[in-house]
Ligand binder design. Sequence first.
Ligand code: RIB
Ligand code: CA
Length: 324
Amino acid sequence: MRIIIDTDPAMGTLGGDPEDSFAIMLALNSPELTVEGITVVQGNVPAEKGYANAHYLLDLLGRQDVPLRRGCLRPMNVQRTTQITFLQQRYATQQITPMVEPKGADADAVSFLVNTVLSSPGEITLVTIGPLTNVATAIQQSPEFAPALKSIVMMGGTAECAGNISPAAEFNYWQDPDAADIVFRSGADLTMVGLDVCHQTHLYPSQVEECASHGTPLGEFVQASSAPWFRIMGGTSGSGALHLYDSLAMAVAIDNSLVTLDDAYVEMEVGFGPAQGMSVSYHKPFQRIIFNRPKVNAKVALSVDADRFTQMFRDRVLGLMAAE
Ligand code: RIB
Ligand code: CA
């Protein structure tokens, strides 16, 4: 399957969420996938830092052949002041990968998305593991873009459980609710891999330490980059572990039998109140009837075979880190 990964990778920025980079490793080490490109978006870190982090990771993996583009630097709506402040604060975080400035068209992820998809209609799946700013901008720029996609598999949202960045919202949708709204209205074939299933996955610090003990440059980079995030977030899962949000979405793109998928109509809360960025999922048919939402615009993941996912992650990501 041919994919483009749209991502906000923070592995390489101390105190940032390293998780996108595990998902990139999983994709690049999966024979089922051909990665046509990686587009970086604002999110966990500013896109300038995310681009540098992705560049460094591709170098470490010897995959400079994969096209890398930098995309949108801000959420779509300049009035999203909480989100913009969150992002601004992350310019000050310590960077352990060298900053790299994209040259020419490498700074235009949106054109890359549009051109790649339109040149292979019905062929390309987007795996989005960050806020949807790049994708929504592509949808707005080109009316042919959404109909020409094969599908979009998104890490984002919640169907039944509470949020993570706020009580109501999951981070990727919250960081650009207007973009998520555009994507849900786009008519593209959508799969939402949300917190309901991502919270069933775990990565323990000891697993990363074990990989790093093999002394590979990749293992040592992952360990150095992840340690602060384990200290910040590890406690929130109750076990010292992180959740593998983005890797699970990638795994679902590889094999969607890892999760159960229900038809749903999903709409975004795009107001500015406390529920902003919340995904409201009508996956129960009677609720679609009561609230007059007869359409289905997405499939939402409600349960996961966590053991089978963990095995895939061990083989393809932890194995890669130990053996590189
Ligand atoms: O809510 C989880 C998402 O935000 C993931 O994409 C992860 O990268 C996090 O920061
Ligand atoms: Ca992410």
